[in-house]
Design a protein around this ligand. Structure first.
Ligand code: HEM
Length: 469
């Protein structure tokens, strides 16, 4: 036993030695990076962060360490940019340098660096340029993007006439249908079984704290059950669906006038040698569904919480747009107050409170770059923690845009769907408020405007009565 003891003592001593060495190495590495809390061996700052990136905690750390600070994700340093100036400078001063995406084991297994959102370097550039060109081409013509949005808004009004309801599913359904129409060329009826499968897959694709285990031990977790397996199988459902749609498009051949994203892509396939289409399709579906519908979900809740603001929007819409005119995105210029309210909904809900990680492509010691939003920067907004459409109005009530309004991020990877998202927000919101007055469902006394922290910030579930006007 004394021999055993010495072996185990030697093991313990070795482990302690390695931990101390790692601690010292970390201290050495920290000297070349922005300041930040002291990292521990193995976990870095993950214990202090409670294994998540929480907006308020990050903003608190910025108060102590400055607007550019370093956190350690295990042995990987991650630079956090906080507030307008740090975010803007960090993403736009050398935009090319920070245009990489952190391809962690979890995301690597999922998308293999293909498509747009999780790709880096040459492949990303080509897929992104291609995606943007197609969306621009689809924007033109009678069946263009705006037409699709108007069509979906029209369907949504029918659902809202049933009351009281939890609006989240209907919003999500309509917004994903816009993407389906754009990408696949058709919309799904609400009862379609395939569509429900797709929507369910979208919900599961989230960065679950438990998936962190996969980031550290992918080779072990590959053989164990857990939320990572669910996320992978959901992604596979989307992947199969996308591939099946591509097959159908190939079978029927490309029409002379391409009608949807897949048509355009296939018409160009000879010019783009490799096959990233399925992943680009998934990126548009994932990037374009939950984001916009969650923003609208917040918007309706704020209207219930602030009925005087709701009434002012309705008065403006009635006076300027009338009760039956088809609402176009261009109309936003005529309704300053409504436009300001929509911007304030995006600012205040701050749904992507910690942005998508970037990596430096020039620096060999790649750094991650999640960033807290500039939307709550006290130096940029009069009352950052209050819902106040005045943030976007001058003293005469005209709409004014604000530099610090960066919900779609900035630089070379700025959101690809920004124009579509803005069109959707305006057309959906104006149509809903023109048609209905929103009130809390009977018996519900309180409105909770605090967020639930998931991958995007979500409102707590609520039910509204949509009273036809
Ligand atoms: C309110 C709605 C939306 C918000 C707040 C939003 C926000 C964002 C943000 C913050 C990023 C990360 C940019 C970065 O890396 O810095 C992003 C990327 C992206 N978004 Fe959106 N988005 C919205 C709607 C959409 C829509 C409708 C689409 C689809 C057409 C879309 C497609 C994408 C894609 C493909 C990317 C990846 C771009 C790249 O990595 O190059 N988004 N979005």
């Amino acid at each position: 036993t004394s021999k055993m003891l010495t072996i185990s003592q030697a093991l313990v001593a070795l482990i302690v030695f390695l931990l101390v060495m790692q601690f010292l190495n970390l201290q050495q590495a920290r000297k070349h990076l922005p300041p930040g809390p002291v990292p521990l061996p193995l976990v870095g700052n993950l214990l202090q962060l409670k294994f998540q990136f929480h907006r308020d905690l990050l903003m608190k750390l910025a108060k102590t360490h400055g607007d550019i600070f370093t956190l350690w994700f295990g042995r990987t340093p991650i630079i956090i940019l906080n507030g307008f100036h740090a975010v803007k400078d960090g993403l736009t001063t050398h935009p090319e340098d920070v245009s990489g995406r952190l391809l962690s084991p979890f995301f690597k297994t999922m998308a293999q660096g293909k498509g747009i959102m999780l790709a880096t370097g040459h492949n990303w550039k080509r897929q992104r340029r291609f995606g943007m060109m197609i969306l621009r081409n689809l924007g033109m013509g009678k069946k263009g993007l705006e037409y699709r949005v108007q069509e979906e808004a029209h369907h949504l009004l029918k659902y809202f006439a049933r009351k009281p309801l939890d609006p989240s599913f209907y919003l999500f359904h309509s917004i994903s249908n816009v993407i389906c129409a754009v990408v696949f060329g058709y919309r799904f009826p609400s009862e379609d079984e395939n569509f429900h499968k797709l929507l369910k897959s979208n919900n599961r694709y989230q960065i679950h704290p438990k998936n962190l285990l996969y980031e550290f031990f992918p080779w072990i977790m590959d053989h164990l059950p857990g939320p990572h397996k669910k996320a992978f199988s959901s992604y596979e459902v989307l992947n199969c669906f996308a591939r099946e749609e591509i097959r159908k498009h190939l079978e029927r051949g490309t029409p002379d006038e391409p009608e949807d994203f897949i048509d355009f892509y296939l018409a160009e396939i000879e010019k783009v040698s490799d096959y990233n289409l399925a992943h680009s399709v998934i990126d548009l579906f994932l990037g374009g569904s939950e984001t916009t519908s969650t923003t609208l979900h917040w918007g309706l809740l704020y209207m219930v919480a602030y009925p005087d603001i709701q009434e002012k929007v309705q008065q403006e819409l009635d006076a300027v747009l009338g009760s039956s005119q088809l609402i176009c995105y261009e109309d936003r210029r005529k309704v300053s107050y409504t436009n300001a309210v929509i911007h304030e909904i995006q600012r205040f809900s701050n749904i992507i409170s910690v942005g998508m990680p970037r990596i430096c492509v020039r620096n060999t010691e790649l750094l991650g770059f999640p960033l807290t939003s500039s939307l709550y920067d006290p130096e940029q907004w009069k009352s950052p923690r209050q819902f106040n459409p005045g943030h976007f109005l001058d003293k005469d009530g005209n709409f004014v845009s604000q530099e610090a309004f960066l919900p779609f991020s900035a630089g070379h990877r700025v959101c690809l769907g920004e124009h579509l998202a803005r069109t959707e927000l305006f057309i959906f919101f104006s149509n809903l408020l023109r048609a209905f007055t929103l009130r809390l469902a009977e018996g519900v006394k309180q409105v909770n405007i605090e967020p639930v922290f998931t991958s995007t910030l979500q409102p707590h579930p609520y039910r509204v009565c949509a009273i036809p006007r």
